[in-house]
Ligand binder design. Structure first.
Ligand SMILES: [Zn+2]
Length: 299
């Protein structure tokens, strides 16, 4: 069994010039290795139109074969499509208190019509600016709800990606364990799986370039190789996560990490690299589905 590995980058469209530059440089680096990025784009960052700089950078990326998918609508907080979820709560434990404090304000967001309207607004911006319909949705901060899945089904988006197989990529943060060693969850399948409203969830393997990870470089390079080898035994699709602000924290480290994974995958014939858009279009995502996800959402 060969595995399709997918590099994904979140929060494209949001942030200033440094973030645009981080995206551009990582995309160029992937191109130099014959691979492409799947960019999860915030279409209306902070409730404002995307900057001209972001628009042209994303259009250029698209022309170079990188893939644009939908990352919420405004991403103005971490509760846009549901209550806080792990491992965002490992990165920022304060999300739980903040949600409880704002519960009465936030809960009314999670209705099918409201979430559908937000997704449709994002789709309209994608249509107008990029001329594409996204195949995959990734809720900001992994905050999801049952009405979100119904809304995705209604607008014809069949894939979602935010659940994690491993959250070890955040264990270097000061309030975490500091242990950078392989640890995978067992409560969701490690393959793409059918979930609420028949939407297929594409679980995220891990993230190795969160802010500060470069201080533990050797351990993260070793972990990334170990994770890449193991997922090849278990799944035909492996989704790797990065963020604009994570790679931008130390681009040279990000290049070394990405290169290490690419060389490891190719040298060991574990598989090759593709974008989620390609794999949605050619049926590989659907073919990689194994089983159903557990009913774990309260909202
Ligand atoms: Zn995000």
């Amino acid at each position: 069994m060969a595995t399709w590995y997918v590099w994904t980058m979140d929060d494209a469209g949001a942030g200033g010039r440094d973030m645009v530059e981080a995206m551009r440089r990582v995309c160029a680096f992937l191109q130099s290795r014959g691979a492409r990025m799947t960019l999860f784009v915030v279409p209306k960052p902070g409730g404002q139109p995307m900057s001209e700089e972001w628009l042209s950078a994303l259009q250029e990326a698209q022309e170079a074969g990188h893939d644009l998918q939908l990352h919420g609508l405004t991403h103005e907080d971490c509760f846009e499509f549901g209550p806080p979820n792990w491992p965002a709560t490992d990165i920022s434990p304060s999300f739980i208190e903040e949600f409880e404090r704002r519960r009465e304000e936030l809960m009314p967001r999670y209705t099918v019509p409201n979430l559908r309207q937000r997704i449709e607004e994002g789709l309209a911006i994608f249509h107008e600016r990029f001329g594409v319909k996204p195949a995959v949705f990734r809720a900001p901060c992994g905050a999801i709800s049952k009405p979100m899945f119904e809304a995705l089904r209604q607008v014809g988006i069949r894939y979602h990606s935010c659940m994690y197989i491993s959250g070890v990529g955040y264990e270097h943060l000061p309030h975490r364990s500091g242990v950078i060693a392989q640890k995978w969850v067992n409560d969701i399948p490690h393959t793409p799986f059918r979930w609420y409203n028949d939407v297929v969830e594409l679980p995220v393997l891990n993230e190795y370039t969160w802010r500060g990870a470069w201080q533990r470089e050797q351990e993260f390079l070793a972990l990334a190789k170990e994770d890449a080898s193991r997922i090849a035994q278990e799944s035909e699709v492996a989704v790797l996560l990065t963020h604009t602000h994570g790679v931008g924290d130390n681009l040279d480290y990000a290049f070394r990490l990405i290169d290490t994974v690419i060389e490891h995958v190719r040298a060991n014939r574990l598989g090759d690299f593709a974008t989620l858009g390609e794999l949605a279009a050619n049926g590989e995502l659907e073919r990689a589905v194994r089983g159903e996800g557990p009913d774990i959402l309260e909202v």
